[in-house]
Design a protein around this ligand. Structure first.
Ligand SMILES: O=C1O[C@H](COP(=O)(O)O)[C@@H](O)[C@H](O)[C@H]1O
Length: 214
């Protein structure tokens, strides 16, 4: 059984996640945070947007993205923008999205270069918020994407999911100071079975799991 912090409701899980950001902000002047997309973090984004936070001190990054334009409804950036970014006051330069460039390799490289520039060569996020798919994928790292996992930013795809993807590599995820999974109640059994099945989520070292009861 993996240690999972279980909250009473989706709202209290979101508040738990916000408290992590606030407590890190008390320790550090500036924070780098990478957010995942998907349905699970929507409530978290909505409540976070209403918080009194000095966003000038936070740089926001994407954990992963589908290779689609930023205003495409399947874009993770589009979702984060809809529920968080457009409701907060944050300098444009603090938002680091994964652009839809003419080739996917160019999108990957541009994002990698941006990360290397921001982190001065050593990509160590303060916080990474992760999700898990029903098939045990995390970020956009699927079971079939064993190759290239050591690179900082990778191009991935899956037979069972639409679009090619761009994702932080597992090494970069594991270098982060804290890796926090937000899980709907239906994801608990998935998490519990990932280790025996060796699914991508089981490769995250020292993860923190937050979930809630139905
Ligand atoms: O494909 C993705 O799915 C996961 C999980 O999404 P959810 O809708 O089941 O919460 C997400 O973490 C990832 O960012 C996204 O690209």
């Amino acid at each position: 059984m993996m240690p999972i912090k279980i909250f009473e409701s989706e709202r209290s899980m979101a508040i738990g996640a916000i408290d992590i950001i606030k407590s890190e902000l008390q320790k550090k002047e500036k924070l780098s945070i990478a957010f995942s997309g998907g349905k699970t973090p929507v409530r978290f984004f909505q409540l976070l947007a209403a918080e009194d936070i000095n966003w000038k001190n936070i740089n926001i990054f994407l954990v992963d993205e589908r290779w689609v334009p930023l205003d495409h409804l399947d874009s993770n950036y589009c979702l984060i923008n809809m529920f968080l970014l457009k409701h907060i006051t944050i300098p444009n330069e603090n938002i680091h999205h994964i652009d839809y460039s003419p080739s996917i390799e160019r999108s990957r490289k541009e994002y990698e270069d941006e990360l290397l520039k921001y982190f001065k060569g050593n990509i160590i996020f303060d916080l990474i918020f992760l999700g898990v798919g029903n098939d045990g994928h995390t970020a956009s790292i699927f079971e079939e994407n064993e190759a290239g996992l050591l690179e900082d930013v990778i191009v991935t795809s899956s037979r069972s999911h639409p679009y090619r993807r761009i994702s932080l590599g597992m090494n970069v995820i594991n270098m982060a100071e804290r890796k926090i999974f937000l899980l709907g109640p239906e994801k608990i059994s998935i998490i519990e079975s990932t280790i025996s099945k060796n699914l991508p989520v089981s490769k995250v070292v020292d993860p923190e799991f937050l979930s809630y009861i139905k």
